[in-house]
Every structure is written in C-alpha cells, then in structure tokens.
Ligand binder design. Structure first.
Ligand code: MSP
Length: 635
C-alpha cells in the first residue's frame, strides 16, 4: 500500500498582500511535501485562502471595492507568489468556492444531528481584528490579549456549539495521542487551556453579511473559524458527491500552523470533528514567528517584510534556504537584511557555491569532462557522507530542518577538507589521471550528488543545477545510498557560479529602493490624510535629460531630470530592471520634488519619480497623457 502524507498550511486572509511570515509556513510545507515525495510517499499538499469575515469585509470597504473583488485581487498575488517560490501544492482552496461551502454545510448538518448545536443569546467582548470573542478574564488592559486591539461589547442571537461537552473527550484524546501537538511545550499549553474549562462556542454571526449563510437561517453567517477550518476536508470533497480524495487522504498527517492559531486547530477543530463523527488529524505543529524589531511581523504593527525584492533579486532558493536554516522550527526568529545577506554569502556563495565550483573544475580537467573511470569502496569521506545522510534523515523526519541543513554543510566542509588534504592537483602532476586520483575525485563528486539530493526539497532549483553538471538518472536524483554516480559519464558544461557573491553596499541600497516601490504597491491602507497634508507633497512633471546605470547595481539608474528649475535635478531610481536607460531619455515623468535627499550607492538622489507597481513588483512609469512643460505641478 502506498504510504500517504497529507499536509496542509493555514489558509491565508485576503485583507492584505502576503509578507514573509505568511510565506514561511507554505515554504516549510513545500519542503516537507517534496521530502516525503522523495522518500516515496504519495503526498497531498493543500494551501489556500480564507476569504470571509469581518477583516476582509472591512478592508474591502476601506478600499471601496466589494469583498469578492478584493479577494480575487489578493488571491492572484498568492498564486503568483507560490509560483515564484516553486511551491508544489496539489490544490488551492478558496473559502468562497462552492465546493467549500458545501463542505461547511455538511459539517454543520452533522454537528446539529449530533445534538451539539443550539440557539441562544451571546454577549461578550469581541475583537474584530482577531475575529474572536474573549472572556473578560482574558482581556489585557481592556484590550485583546494577543495584539492589544480594541474590543467591543457585543450581544446578539447566535448558534452555539456545545464545546463544553468535549472537554473530557479532548483530554482523553490528548492523553492517548501525546504527539498530537508539537512542539511539546505547545502541547502543554493546549492541555492546560482545556483543563481550565471549555465554554460553549458561538459559531454564527448575525452582525455580519460577508460569510457563508447559516444553513436554513440566512439571517446568520457561519463564524469565520468554523468556515475556515473546514477547508482541510472540503478541499478533499467532503460534502460533495465524490468522496474518493476524502477517503484516501483524510485524516491529515500534519496541519502546519503558526503558534497564534494553535488553539483553533488543537481544541475547536478536533471537537468539531468528534461531533461530526470524523477522524481527527494526526498532528498539529505550531511554529514560531518571524520577528522584526523584536515584534511579530504583522500588518497592524506596520513592520512587515515583503518578499518582492528578495525573490526578484535572488530567486526562490536563497530565501527558502534562509527560512529553513535560520529558524529553529517551533521557536521565534528575527528577520533582518543583514542576517539574510550573511547567510547568502557565507553558506551559499562560499560554502556550497565554492566547494561545488572547486570540485567540478578539477573533475572536468583531470578526466576530460567526464566522471572518473574508477569508483571507490571505503574512504574517510564516504564515512562522513553516510553519517551526514543519517543525521539529515533523522532531522528531517523530526522536523529539525536547521539541523538537517547543518549536517549537509558539515559534509560540504568535509569535502573541502578532503580536497585540501589529498591535494588532487599534486597527484595529477605526479601520476596523471591515475586510479588513485580517480577514486579521490569520485568520492568528491559522489558527495556532491548526495548534497544535491539532500538540499533538493529546500533548494530545488539549485539541486537541478548540480544535477545538470553531474550525470545522474532519476533514481540518482532521489536516493541517498552511496555510489549511484556513474563512472566515465559526461559532466555537464560549466554554467558559472551557483550563487554569485553579493556586495553588501549594493544590496542595502537596492533594498531601500525596493521598499519604497513595494510600499507604494501595497494594498495596505494607512490612515487617511487631510488635503493639507497631501498639499505638502510637491509633485511636478519632469523631462528626463540623461540616464545611465549606477555602476555595480542591477536596478539603480541615475537620471538628470529637467523640472523647469534651470538646472536639471539628479534622481536615482530603482527602475533599471524594467527600463533601459536609453529609452528613458526624453520621457515626461512625475517627480516628488520636495523629498529629503538620500544617497543610494554613493549617488545623491534629490527627488523620487512615481511609478505604478505590477503584481510581480516591477515598476511602470507614470507619464502625463498630453505634452506638458517641465515643472508643471501635479495634484
Ligand atoms: N485565516 C487564518 C487561518 C485559518 S486556518 C484554518 C489566519 N490567517 S493569517 O493570514 O492571519 O495567518 C496565516 C498564517 O501565517 C498563520 O499560521 C500565522 O501564524 C502565520 N503568520 C503570520 N505572520 C507571521 C509571522 N510574522 N511569522 C510566522 N508566521 C506568521 O490566521
């Protein structure tokens, strides 16, 4: 029988564009999905979006568009982002899809049939930021306990779920399934919460329109968490005619979630499923948060890091690697540009990139562009490789990704040490392409094959590049037994460094520019500004006189722009990825003329041009619709 692995991510709210905190869970899920596939499992990997509820209704209202339109717009960005990050999900569920609504109706029908739903009046402290009612005892300084959002006293008629009836059953279930919640510290939190007593849960809202109508009573909509949690089964066809997928994959092997939503997954969700007579998921893992300046990155705190620049500049793999290497899975970690760049340069450009380049250059040269003719039986390097593989497998199975990667990097430095110790260049000089040289180089190349297999779930693009250079068949791209690299087979051509080294100065200047660009492109609604505040910004039309690239920078362009001031102004803009300098000369553009000067990569910029941002983050210049003299005001 095929071994099955069903893994899910939370479904993401569509009130804002994704930031790296959202991407993290999906990247980890993708790494596990790829790893399990590599180990022979039949994997079903689900992600999606949570589109109902007050948060979304409110965000759409602020933007003056219907909630569905906002959802469609943000979902587009998620699809695109998952493609850019090489995510291999098998399905993407949206809670506004009919198949999902059918699942929710069926779950509620079963819970009613079990006698677990009744109608009563509900009064409580409601936090619209978290979509949650909080008991008085949980409020902190009169605000919601998690984020300090304001709460309001709400009373309404509501359908209730008899959660209190499940307290003992849940505790018994936890006792029998001590691995249900990971890490263990989080498990204890959950158990303590349930031991503290469970109150019945209000699971409908009369005060809200944007949701799934309550079956048989459309004055109410289904509470957004009942709606959202059901995605894990509605995506499998629960509530539809065709139950094949549901039969095959449910219960889930792993729900990956952030620690902030653990209670919903470890208390409410199992109780709903028990009530509906359905099997419970096997495990929930609550990971930590990405912090920025010591706080959880979140839209409401305004401290989010958006992924556009990092992916645009480096592609998916370095960011995927950073996520998995930097965070101890289960604990919090801090994101910083410096941290990212130092991992990139130290681990990827130097560690992996240099070792690969060094070994490949020697192998190509000594054996005429082929793998060596003679493989090797025992060797110190083989022993180290086998040890690394064992540690890697154990760590991956135990969700200790940073340790798994550590094991791989130890192997890389063992290869380096082995090369230094054996000095193949000396042997080649003395003996030519001898048997001894062949065995030494085989050891190095085979170790690199194993490295590529091991990193392939985390950095699939990089693994493919290594496999383009090493002649491996499909089995050799997946299997971790020593000795699968064929002898005397043609090596692929040199394609340049895997990870070109990045200059710190250039990196940070471009980060700055891209942050300006992506904040303009964000759908984030800041507070409203008055007309007086707006009038302080001096926008004028300018004509580009000269344009040239800033040396060593991929994106920065230095422009001289005629703003009708007599002397042209120097402006540095991050548009070089989308525009050639030549095509800019003569163009009319719109410039913020009274911006504080900034120095980008040593060049002073006295103003900023305006550009729209495409969903992939690339800029499109704003230009007046008719000819206008330079210096004309814009309002
Ligand atoms: N829609 C609910 C989940 C419903 S699942 C049935 C939700 N959405 S969310 O968009 O707010 O968050 C989705 C996930 O992103 C959560 O697991 C949350 O923990 C994670 N992250 C959001 N910000 C994060 C960080 N700064 N760091 C790491 N993950 C965090 O909650």
């Amino acid at each position: 029988m095929a071994r099955i692995f069903y893994i899910t991510t939370p479904i993401y709210y569509v009130n804002d564009l994704p930031h790296i905190g959202h991407m993290y869970t999906t990247v980890v899920a993708d790494v596990l999905a790829r790893f399990k596939r590599m180990r022979g499992f039949e994997v079903f990997f689900l992600t999606g979006t949570d589109e109902h509820g007050q948060k979304i209704e409110r965000a759409a209202r602020e933007q003056g568009i219907p909630p569905q339109a906002l959802a469609d717009q943000v979902v587009g960005r998620y699809h695109e982002l998952w493609r850019e990050l090489a995510i291999t999900h098998d399905d993407f569920i949206r809670t506004t899809q009919e198949r999902h609504k059918a699942g929710v109706r069926e779950l509620i029908r079963r819970m009613s049939e079990a006698g677990d739903i009744y109608k009563a009046s509900y009064e409580g402290w409601y936090c619209s930021g978290c979509e949650s009612f909080y008991p008085e005892t949980q409020l902190k300084d009169g605000r919601c306990p998690d984020f300090g959002h304001p709460v309001e006293r709400l009373a309404e008629e509501s359908y209730f779920f008899r959660l209190s009836a499940y307290q003992e059953k849940l505790l018994a279930f936890y006792r029998e399934n001590p691995d249900f919640v990971r890490p263990a510290s989080r498990f204890n939190e959950v158990v303590r919460f349930v031991e503290g007593g469970l109150k019945d849960l209000s699971i409908s809202r009369a005060s809200l329109r944007w949701g799934i109508p309550w079956p048989g009573d459309d004055r109410h909509v289904v509470y957004v968490w009942v709606d959202a949690l059901t995605n894990y089964i509605s995506a499998l066809g629960f509530g539809s005619e065709n139950q094949d997928r549901f039969q095959r994959f449910w219960p889930a092997d792993l729900h990956l979630v952030g620690k902030d939503i653990l209670r919903f997954h470890c208390v409410y969700w199992p109780a709903f499923l028990m009530s509906a007579g359905l099997p419970l998921p096997k495990q929930v893992f609550g990971h930590g948060w990405w912090l920025k300046d010591e706080k959880k990155m979140s839209k409401s705190l305004g401290n989010v890091v958006r992924p556009d620049y990092l992916i645009g500049q480096f592609g998916a793999d370095p960011l995927r690697y950073f996520f998995l290497r930097e965070m101890t899975f289960g604990q919090d970690a801090s994101f910083s540009d410096e941290g990212f760049l130092s991992r990139y340069n130290a681990d990827l450009a130097n560690g992996l990139g240099n070792t690969f380049a060094r070994v490949m250059a020697m192998a190509r040269r000594y054996f005429d562009g082929k793998t060596p003719p003679e493989a090797c039986g025992e060797s110190t390097l083989r022993a180290k490789a086998e040890e690394a593989v064992a540690r890697y497998l154990e760590s991956m199975e135990g969700y200790e990704f940073h340790r798994a990667l550590e094991a791989v990097w130890e192997l890389l430095s063992a290869v380096d040490g082995y090369v230094t110790e054996k000095a193949p260049w000396g042997i080649f000089k003395a003996e030519g392409a001898s048997g001894r040289l062949s065995r030494i180089m085989y050891n190095c190349l085979e170790s690199l094959r194993l490295v590529a297999v091991m990193i392939s779930p985390v950095m699939p693009g990089t693994a493919d590049k290594v496999f383009d250079a090493l002649p491996t068949d499909d089995a050799g791209k997946k299997q971790l037994a020593w000795g699968m690299l064929p002898v005397s087979a043609a090596l692929g051509p040199d394609q340049g460094p895997l990870f070109p080294k990045v200059d710190d100065k250039a990196f940070f200047a471009e980060v700055k520019v891209s942050e300006q660009v992506s904040e303009q492109g964000s759908t984030q609604q800041s507070e409203l500004v008055s007309i007086e505040e707006f009038a302080r910004i001096k926008l004028v039309v300018g004509k580009v006189v000269t344009a040239e690239r800033v040396p060593k920078s991929k994106k920065l362009v230095r422009l001289e722009v005629d703003l009708g001031e007599g002397q042209p102004r120097q402006i540095v803009a991050g548009i070089g990825g989308s525009y050639q300098p030549e095509e800019l000369v003569g163009k009319l553009i719109v410039v913020v003329a009274n911006l504080k000067p900034a120095t980008l990569m040593g060049v002073e910029s006295r103003g900023m041009l305006l550009a729209a941002t495409l969903p992939d983050g690339s800029p499109v210049l704003l230009t007046p619709e008719k000819d206008v003299p330079p210096g004309a005001g814009v309002k």
